[in-house]
Design a protein. Structure first.
Length: 144
């Protein structure tokens, strides 16, 4: 027996729409707590919240009924019935390490008359600059 694809998608999306909303709006729902906790898992009517600092575990457990009420109010219906807390590392974006800046003595190469004559035929100033730079690198490699 065949069923229309639309009815299947409607049934599937109805079950997952609140989960998508909860995931997308988690920082907004949790407010100031969002930097101390993260949503780890949603399974049926149960969520698992990761707590970044162990010292907050007891505090959040005592506030679990308030958190549950806040989430369900934001979702518009009582979707969540249980909350589990577990310790988890805070996910941070790694920052690039600042490398120690080294100062290099810039070698200056003096162009010969033949090279200067060749550059006078080129009209584009940017191209001239790159050609001089290229010539300097070539001379540096040859001398080393």
């Amino acid at each position: 027996m065949f069923y229309p694809l639309k009815s299947f998608l409607d049934k599937t999306l109805i079950h997952t729409t609140w989960q998508i909303k909860l995931t997308a709006q988690w920082p907004e729902i949790m407010g100031n707590l969002s930097d101390k906790i993260s949503l780890q898992k949603i399974h049926n009517d149960t969520i698992t919240i990761g707590v970044h600092e162990p010292s907050w575990m007891q505090e959040l457990y005592m506030l679990s009924s308030v958190i549950l009420k806040t989430i369900n109010t934001h979702l518009g219906s009582p979707r969540i019935k249980k909350i589990y807390f577990k310790h988890s590392a805070k996910h941070t974006v790694p920052t690039p390490q600042l490398l120690e800046q080294k100062t290099f003595k810039k070698k200056i190469y003096i162009l010969g008359t033949r090279e200067q004559q060749a550059l006078t035929t080129i009209q584009d100033d940017e191209l001239k600059k790159y050609l001089v730079s290229f010539l300097a690198r070539c001379k540096e490699r040859i001398s080393s």
